[in-house]
Design a protein around this ligand. Structure first.
Ligand code: SF4
Length: 566
């Protein structure tokens, strides 16, 4: 993803970050050349560039980036450069072209302020994957709504509805139940209200047919109408699908859709809905914190004000929605913990549920810290196993990561008994983290691997925890940064295409890492934290771009390859 099409403006972030540095040698960006020529010894070049830059700063002079590069190259031994000219051409980025089409809104969005709202972000729906179940169900439901608006004479000719799944949706859709979710949307079911038993019945009796009413016409649909199509091709997004209404071989209506992560959907020609201006416009954590610190309010209050201004909602309405999500998260943990200890999750892995066992045994641990870590892990396992069962979960930010945030919400609200308002504030601060990751990087494993799911979830949970404990904005940022930083590079390789291994335990690790990030951030000297959140989001976006596509929810590599099921 280049600067033009992926939103994250490195130079803008660098300029904003540099403005804070008072120590002339503190900012190494000013000392070294950032553009490293591609055909030189990287370490040698950086050392020479830094020495030259530091000497200039200490002598009170300044040198341009080009001069620093030229000087570093001029002093390098010949064999380290592999060439004789001093100033390199601009290197730019090498490697494969960006995988995403630049027309997608999910690509263009990073240019303006964050405009996402809570009800778009936290979605209730059936597991196991927001991009492979909630997104496709929303897509076919959307198509069904469009089809009902066709003129009566067109509808009278309709004979068939057909869904084609491409890319990652086709590669791992069977393990996610994508065909069942797509069929459910076609027959008018919505993610937040669908009864998971309906989806289970499709799994247990796959030959069922359902009548779809379109005007005076009724068309029978079944799982056979959902086709697992090409897994590789020149798609605008890895999660592409088409839906058609046919009259014999003639197409009456066709739409190409994209499930872009976290249950968000777009389609060919999509334009985002018009929204009001945010009270506190921001596109970086740095800007968000500046609003908070200037007005002496918390990050949570900045987000609350924006939710009210962008969506035109009252404070009560925003909190009512947040309460609904908190309650749903608590319910998923409770439901998961209440499952029998010998329950086996659906699918070929035959994975035994372990949440209740881990919880019970953790309570018997001798040391309080062991008890805490064990119980927190059990809460995450419980919600994540619910996702594996295809039961209702909450995208925070996705289905695969749906155990992380609920674990912290449950622990803080039900175990530590923190005031509900603290949890509400934490949920709002967590939104800020999720919004920024979505804005500049991705929430889609098909686009960025597991770092975009569990990594973002853990970062959100760290911000939630720090906020719930009244941490200042810098500590909230540091906690979120730390949790995200230590998930960078994490790949997505679900065994057999089922969101169970490594996903369920990974949620537990994400929850514990969130707590660790909070523990470090609240105990360190906040101003000495050297990595800022915006830089880590940039690293997330860049790592997503560089990651081998085999590790992006295709089940073609990693654990998906090495684990043998018998
Ligand atoms: S490995 Fe991570 S990103 Fe991939 S399906 Fe599992 S939880 Fe989601």
């Amino acid at each position: 993803m280049s600067k033009e099409n992926k939103g994250l403006d490195r130079s803008l972030i660098k300029r904003l970050l540099d403005a804070d540095c008072e120590d002339p040698l503190a900012n190494t960006d000013q000392l070294t050349s950032q553009a490293i020529p591609h055909d030189v010894d990287r370490r040698n070049f950086l050392i020479r560039s830094a020495v030259g830059g530091a000497a200039a700063v200490m002598m009170g002079s300044s040198v341009s980036a080009q001069e620093r590069t030229a000087k570093a190259l001029a002093t390098m031994p010949q064999q380290a450069t592999g060439r004789s000219t001093a100033i390199p051409p601009p290197t730019g980025k090498t490697g494969p072209p960006p995988p995403l089409d630049k027309d997608l809104n999910v690509v263009k969005k990073g240019q303006g302020p964050v405009m996402t709202t809570a009800d778009e972000f936290y979605k209730v729906g059936p597991g196991p994957s927001s991009s492979h179940t909630i997104g496709p169900m929303r897509i076919t439901y959307d198509f069904y709504q469009r089809a009902t608006k066709l003129p009566a004479d067109k509808l009278a000719k309709a004979t068939k509805l057909q869904v084609n799944l491409f890319g990652s949706l086709s590669a791992t859709g069977k393990g996610h139940g994508t065909e069942r979710a797509a069929l459910a949307g076609l027959v008018g079911k919505e993610p937040a209200t669908v009864d998971p038993k309906f989806l289970d019945s499709l799994r247990d009796k796959p030959d069922q047919t359902f009548p779809v009413k379109l005007g005076d016409k009724s068309i029978d649909v079944s799982l056979k109408d959902v086709i697992y199509d090409a897994t590789k091709g020149d798609f605008k997004h890895p999660n592409t699908m088409t839906v058609k209404l046919l009259a014999g071989n003639d197409v009456l209506l066709e739409q190409e859709y994209y499930s872009v992560g976290g249950g968000f959907i777009e389609w060919k020609g999509y334009t985002p809905p018009k929204k009001n201006a945010p009270k506190y416009p921001f596109r970086l954590m740095k800007e968000l914190r500046a609003h908070a610190d200037r007005d002496k309010i918390s990050i949570a209050k900045v987000i609350l004000a924006n939710e009210m201004s962008i969506a035109g909602r009252s404070e009560e309405e925003v909190y009512a929605f947040i309460d609904k999500i908190i309650n749903a998260m608590v319910a998923t943990v409770k439901s998961g913990l209440s499952m029998p200890e010998d329950d086996v999750l659906p699918g070929p892995i035959k994975l035994h549920s372990k949440a209740a066992t881990v919880y019970k045994r953790a309570l018997d641990d001798k040391y309080a810290a062991d008890k805490g870590i064990g119980a927190l892990s059990a809460f995450a396992l419980a919600a994540s196993e619910e996702n594996g069962r295809g039961h209702l979960v909450i995208t925070a930010p996705t289905g695969g990561s749906a155990g992380v945030m609920p674990a912290l919400v449950y622990g803080l609200l039900e175990v530590r008994k923190l005031d509900r308002q603290k949890i509400r504030d934490g949920m709002l601060a967590a939104l800020a983290v999720g919004y920024l990751c979505k804005h500049h990087a991705t929430l889609s494993a098909a686009e960025g691997g597991c770092q975009a799911e569990i990594g973002v979830a853990s970062s959100m949970a760290a911000a939630l925890t720090a906020t719930a404990y009244d941490a200042e904005s810098r500590v909230v940022e540091n906690a979120a940064e730390s949790a995200l930083e230590h998930h960078l590079g994490m790949t997505c390789d679900p065994v057999a295409g089922y969101v169970q291994v490594p996903c369920i335990e990974r949620c537990a690790f994400g929850a514990v890492k969130a707590w660790t990030a909070y523990a470090i951030a609240s105990n360190e000297i906040a101003s000495r934290h050297r990595v800022d959140f915006d830089a880590t989001v940039m690293a997330l976006a860049e790592t997503a771009k560089d990651m081998n596509s085999k590790y992006k929810e295709t089940s073609e590599a990693g654990l998906a390859l090495s684990v043998t099921l018998c």
